[in-house]
Design a protein around this ligand. Structure first.
Ligand SMILES: Nc1ncnc2c1ncn2[C@@H]1O[C@H](COP(=O)(O)OP(=O)(O)OP(=O)(O)O)[C@@H](O)[C@H]1O
Ligand SMILES: [Mg+2]
Length: 293
């Protein structure tokens, strides 16, 4: 697919940046393979199509694959940023509907294991986004690794993706439990993906939200359910994003609805954390091991 590469899309002039304008949302899951990347990419596209300025950071530093789902072949990626070879603006690729993709680097060590200088370079580089986008979406790796937890705590808002499978639900709960252990404010949204029957998905969401409230004191907003849809698999195989190649499929419609829900009641974006605050948190976060009772 022929998208603009290396287009300088963000404003490099820090003095023009309006602070506290960009919302940051980490897309996470307990179990792997539940659909985070597809949700992040297509949710990003859905919001970008409405005219929002959306950036998508491929922060699955082990096995980044946002570019694969989008059929992009970026020349540069985060590795070039952490080594100081490129600026963030130079690696950003423009996807469909103007979605700004920040390509990840497969094989990069976990953020928490990056040498401190490289970690700081990466985070400082992201500062260019503050005020230049309405939403920074972060596609993370699965589980409760330190870098995922750092992204969640710093973002202040997470979208937990699970399927109705018991193992996926248990792992989603475990993730929420770990996050709750840090006692930092994190707004929590939930999406049930790959659902055979709508009722089953809604019941799963309701149950998980109830248990999280009862045992973790967490308010969880069930954003919606996404049906199991062959179009998702076809789109991945074709490396053409669902929202573009199958815009009227049931899964695409459901993701559009999620986008509406996410932005509902928050004109201009409900700023839970700004990119600036997110970066300050990331730079200062010292993850301590917490004994989960
Ligand atoms: N709604 C759906 N309907 C049908 N298949 C789906 C759906 N959502 C995801 N899938 C399938 O699941 C696969 C994995 O999805 P995806 O890569 O988005 O998961 P992930 O959570 O990002 O995985 P990882 O934890 O490895 O990063 C997709 O390639 C697709 O085949
Ligand atoms: Mg993924």
């Amino acid at each position: 697919m022929n998208y603009n590469t290396n287009s300088l899309i963000v404003n490099k002039n820090y003095s023009n940046i309006q602070p506290f304008r960009s919302r940051v949302l980490a897309v996470v899951s307990g179990k792997g393979g539940v659909g985070k990347t597809n949700v992040a990419v297509n949710l990003g596209l859905s919001l970008a199509r409405r005219g929002l300025r959306v950036a998508l950071l491929d922060a699955d530093l082990g096995t980044a694959n946002v570019d694969v789902v989008l059929g992009l072949h970026p020349r540069y990626h985060l590795q070039h940023v952490v080594t100081g070879q490129k600026t963030l603006s130079e690696i950003i690729v423009e996807g469909p509907f103007g979605l700004q993709i920040i390509p990840g680097a497969s094989g990069l060590p976990d953020l928490a294991d990056l040498p401190e200088i490289q970690r700081q370079m990466l985070l400082q580089a992201l500062l260019v986004l503050d005020g230049a986008v309405d939403l920074l979406l972060i596609d993370t790796g699965a589980g409760v690794g330190q870098s995922v937890i750092q992204f969640i705590l710093a973002a202040g808002e997470m979208l937990v993706v699970t399927t109705p499978e018991p193992t996926s639900i248990t792992d989603a709960y475990a993730l929420m439990k770990v996050v709750s252990g840090y006692q930092m404010p994190v707004s929590t949204k939930l999406v049930i993906n790959n659902v055979q029957h709508r009722n089953e998905g809604e019941a799963t969401g309701h149950k998980l939200a109830t248990v999280a409230h009862q045992f973790l004191g967490r308010q969880v907003e069930v954003l919606g359910v996404i049906p199991s849809d062959k179009s998702v698999r076809d789109a991945v195989k074709m490396q053409s994003p669902l929202l573009q190649s199958r815009p009227y499929s049931p899964a695409a419609r459901a993701i559009n609805h999620l986008g509406e829900q996410l932005w509902a009641g928050s004109p201009g974006g409900k700023t839970v954390n700004s990119v600036g605050k997110f970066l300050r948190q990331m730079l200062s976060l010292k993850i301590m091991s917490i004994a989960i009772v």
